[in-house]
Design a protein around this ligand. Structure first.
Ligand SMILES: NC(=O)c1ccc[n+]([C@@H]2O[C@H](COP(=O)([O-])OP(=O)(O)OC[C@H]3O[C@@H](n4cnc5c(N)ncnc54)[C@H](O)[C@@H]3O)[C@@H](O)[C@H]2O)c1
Length: 267
């Protein structure tokens, strides 16, 4: 019960990582506001039970929606202790010059403006009660380039830097602000962004990922739980990769390559 009597707001709680966070946080004793724009947050909250969870329809890119989401936590459960700014999506993937201005606006509205608004109104609430913990979902794409993801990775890099700077603003006021950086994780977002062409987890190796598999949303939720809980009481401004080693760097060449090309002797 690492979140006993804590009140948490989780955005993007209708699916994937956010849904897993909601389930895990309730198991750990929290009261949870499940926020999403999809409508799926209703069934998640219903499944978790009215004592533990409530659903809020919220587009995180809209200030009035985000304010209402925070106010709902205060009115229903009395305060706000934890905020997971997790909602986001990749948008259309293509080379940068083919991208549209409209795609830039909608991807940044959800991924970057949404985190700004969540932190702004969440922090106003937390300052009234003397502290809290914020966990922002950035991405491995915040720290390495992803082909055809320039708009998305730009937004996620913004999330990462906003996390660090805001952590400095509130370090003395009891508000810890950290980011989790998921790598390739098997959620609804993946087939949606790849034309439903991606393989299910475990069926195929994932090149470039040292652990050679997809991550699971439960593994991201576990990292968010750590950062949200008192286990991370001396941790702020951190960026925690949960990516099977993807962002470590070059992971070496295969030990045995029967078809290795002939190279000239090195200088
Ligand atoms: N799946 C991955 O491989 C991966 C990798 C790195 C980062 N991420 C990030 O993780 C987070 C969670 O994604 P997921 O993989 O669980 O995807 P998902 O599609 O399963 O869940 C995302 C949820 O966010 C909601 N959402 C999107 N835009 C919203 C908005 N403007 N307002 C309110 N709700 C909104 C969607 O309705 C959806 O329910 C996202 O921020 C995503 O960018 C995902």
């Amino acid at each position: 019960m690492r979140l006993k009597e804590k009140v948490a707001v989780i955005t993007g709680a209708g699916s994937g990582m956010g849904r897993c966070m909601a389930e895990l946080f309730v198991r750990e004793g929290a009261k949870v506001v499940c926020a999403d724009r999809s409508g799926r947050q209703d069934e998640v909250a219903e499944w978790l039970g009215a004592d533990a969870a409530i659903a809020v329809q919220c587009d995180v890119g809209i200030g009035a929606d985000v304010q209402r989401m925070i106010t709902t936590a205060e009115e229903r459960f009395g305060r706000l202790d934890i905020l997971c700014n997790n909602a986001g999506f990749g948008g259309r993937m293509m080379p940068l010059h083919e991208q549209t201005e409209e795609n830039f606006e909608i991807v940044h509205a959800a991924n970057l403006r949404g985190v700004f608004l969540g932190m702004k109104y969440g922090i106003i609430s937390m300052l009234k009660t003397g502290g809290g913990a914020i966990v922002n979902t950035a991405s491995a794409a915040a720290v390495v380039g992803w082909k055809h993801h320039a708009i998305y990775s730009g937004a996620k890099a913004g999330v990462l830097q906003m996390t660090k700077s805001a952590a400095l603003d509130y370090a003395e006021q009891g508000i810890r602000i950290n980011a989790v950086l998921p790598g390739n994780t098997w959620t609804g977002l993946v087939p949606a962004s790849q034309g439903n062409a991606a393989p299910p987890p475990g069926t195929r190796a994932l090149p470039g990922v040292p652990m050679n598999r997809w991550g699971l949303p439960q593994e991201i939720a576990a990292a968010a739980l750590f950062l949200a809980s008192d286990d991370a009481s001396f941790t702020t401004g951190a960026a925690l990769p949960v990516d099977g080693g993807y962002t470590i760097g070059f992971s070496g060449m295969a030990a045995e390559t029967s078809d290795a090309p002939e190279f000239p002797p090195p200088f």
